[in-house]
Design a protein around this ligand. Structure first.
Ligand code: AMP
Length: 282
């Protein structure tokens, strides 16, 4: 398996093996890989001649220094996991300097308001950081297709918006959420939970699944109240937000409209570890 730590080496390799017929599938990650990431890599392998996986904990998308410091970094294990999928994958694991060249700052983006909801509201500057790193990685890798998980649905919509605004020649593909058997969405942050907390965290998916059922007959406000009350009864959990939003604009649903598709979004703290999840409501 080829592993590159600098963009120069990666780009010169990709140039030497590509021609007009080559399609490059790209899976950007922050490492601490799990089955969810591997499902994106498998999807990329199905549809491309070359697959590049980046492993880079991007400092500019963290609004909390402690969260950045504690983010799991497990490069050797990650490489072993990728090898179980295929030996032919190209890994790009750059240093902060290789990406930011001494200027670790974000570009500012206008994503037509998508960046102001939910994650954008609670993590100031997060989507400027995401936009900055994904744009830079796209410029380096020049992928034909790029694969993103629906677990970060707001991020997926924002990347689609960026690609359309900057007219980037890449097809952004959304992939379904991989879950533990208890329903907990797989996440690199789950590694920071104790076994007991991981078991307890099943309540997140259970609650949004109940919310989905309720939304068939109740208003968004009633469903939101149900979710708030559920978490009030859970001393080990702190609900940061629950929002039912229009999938296209991510604006909160104030009154149901049959022509729109809705999705529920949730962020919860379990002992200082922040977990997010989402479910389609249509
Ligand atoms: P991350 O390493 O957390 O930045 O995630 C890298 C990519 O994997 C993003 O596109 C995520 O949405 C996706 N991803 C993370 N967790 C999951 C999951 N449980 N199922 C599917 N995709 C996921």
């Amino acid at each position: 398996m080829l592993i590159f730590n600098t963009q120069n080496e990666l780009v010169s390799h990709l140039t030497s093996v590509s021609n007009a017929a080559t399609s490059i599938g790209f899976v950007p990650t922050m490492g601490a890989l799990h089955q969810g990431h591997l499902s994106l890599i498998k999807e990329a392998l199905l549809h491309n001649t070359i697959v590049v996986v980046s492993i880079f904990v991007n400092p500019t998308q963290f609004n909390n220094a402690d969260d950045l410091a504690k983010y799991p970094r497990t490069l050797e294990k990650d490489i072993e996991k990728i090898k179980t999928v295929s030996d032919a994958i190209i890994v790009y694991a750059p240093s902060v300097d290789d990406i930011y060249k001494g200027k670790t700052i974000s570009q500012h983006f206008d994503f037509d308001g998508l960046e102001n909801q939910m994650e954008g509201k609670f993590r100031q500057g997060h989507f400027d950081g995401v936009g900055t790193i994904v744009k830079r990685l796209f410029e380096i890798v020049k992928p034909t297709h790029a694969y993103f998980g629906e677990k970060d649905f707001q991020q997926l919509q924002i990347i689609k918006k960026m690609v359309s605004k900057f007219e980037m020649p890449v097809n952004v593909v959304g992939c379904p959420i991989y879950r533990e058997t208890n329903g907990l969405a797989m996440s690199s942050r789950n590694e920071r939970l104790s076994e007991k907390e991981r078991n307890q965290a099943a309540i997140i998916f259970k609650t949004i699944t109940q919310a989905k059922k309720l939304f068939a007959t109740k208003s968004a406000q009633e469903v939101t109240e149900f979710v708030a009350k559920t978490f009030e009864k859970q001393p080990d959990f702190e609900l940061e937000y629950f929002q039912i939003a229009d999938e296209a604009t991510l604006l909160p649903c104030l009154r149901k409209n049959k022509t729109k598709t809705y999705r529920a979004f949730i962020a919860v703290f379990v002992n200082k570890v922040r977990l997010i999840d989402t479910i389609s409501l249509n």
